[in-house]
Design a protein around this ligand. Structure first.
Ligand code: BDR
Ligand code: CA
Length: 314
């Protein structure tokens, strides 16, 4: 069983990613840390506690992460995720308190005592992970890999060139990509193929359990608020892209993805390109191949995976 630290900023697609991870028998989520991104730290932390309480998971440590990026001011995506960061459904009130330890301390202690290596899933800006790697570099060897949602080889969703998670804290992303820890990157190239059509959302609604009753309206909200995204031969798609669940789905079943291993570097000071992941698909640099970059997903199998994950809950 893979032991996991899950760093996230819920966020609609983060919420689905959490549900996917927590329902899978091969993933053992030991710790959840929250990353300021889609909304403020306060709000994403509250959303995490509400979501876990709603599904009856109240025994996993949830630890508060950094309030803002390493050196920049926080940018939030309230245009997409709403005022609460998880608009569209009422998840009720949290039934437990967050940890007394900070995300940094909780991650440090867990990594220090673990005998097997741990896997990090990161679905928000990479601030917390960068702080961990900077503060305790000796713990890198305890991390098996980091499966993250962020970046793109082609085109951005926040600026023409940059994806949101990397754009919010490019310095942090740079530290993570340069760290030497193996990275699996679910960037926009693949996550925009992981889209849910109206009929997929209906399939989820029709599961008819308590969880699908709150997830379907969240997906409706997310679909309506997501901007259209260019999909090459498929034209523009406006709807629900399941960005963050890709980072989890890869760990559950890598055979539904295709990708290549190459160097990825992060632009931190571009005139037009700050926050861009420079993906060396053509091996131009000779730099170390630090990342497995995912480019394709079997959408049908992915959707089936999500539907059975939501069916797992009450
Ligand atoms: C990423 O940005 C956030 O809005 C989503 O939760 C996802 O992690 C997509 O660019
Ligand atoms: Ca996210």
């Amino acid at each position: 069983k893979r032991q996991v630290i899950f760093d996230c900023d819920p966020g609609h697609d983060d919420a689905i990613a959490l549900l996917l991870a927590l329902s899978n028998e091969n993933l053992d989520v030991k710790l959840i840390t929250t990353s300021a991104g889609n909304q403020t730290q306060e709000k994403v932390l509250l959303n995490t506690k509400k979501l876990l309480s709603f599904i009856g998971v109240i025994d996993i440590e949830v630890a508060r992460g950094a309030e803002k990026p390493l050196i920049r001011e926080l940018i939030i995506a309230d245009n997409i995720h709403g005022e609460t960061g998880l608009d569209g459904s009422d998840l009720g009130t949290p039934l437990f308190e967050e940890s007394k330890r900070s995300a940094l301390e909780a991650m440090r202690e867990l990594l220090s005592v673990t005998e097997d290596k741990l896997t990090i899933i990161a679905t928000g800006p990479l601030t917390n992970i960068a702080i961990l790697l900077l503060a305790y570099p000796e713990l890198k060897e305890k991390i098996d890999c980091i499966s993250l949602m962020g970046g793109a080889a082609l085109g951005g969703n926040w600026t023409p060139a940059a994806e949101f998670n990397i754009y919010v804290d490019p310095e942090a992303a740079n530290i993570v990509f340069e760290s030497g820890v193996p990275i699996i990157m679910s960037g926009l190239d693949v996550t925009t193929q992981a889209r849910l059509y109206k009929e997929d959302i209906e399939r989820i609604r029709n599961i008819g359990n308590k969880t699908s009753n709150i997830i379907a309206p969240l997906l409706d909200f997310f679909s309506e608020n997501s901007p259209p995204y260019y999909m090459s031969k498929d034209g523009y798609f406006k709807g629900a892209h399941m960005h963050d669940p890709c980072a989890v789905a890869y760990l559950i079943d890598p055979t539904i993805f295709n990708g290549i291993t190459c160097n990825v570097s992060v632009e931190t000071s571009g005139k037009l390109t700050t926050g861009t992941t420079v993906v060396d698909v053509n091996q131009r640099t000779g730099k170390v191949k630090n990342t497995e970059v995912l480019f394709e997903i079997d959408r049908e199998r992915f959707v089936n995976m999500l539907v059975s994950a939501i069916g797992y809950y009450k």
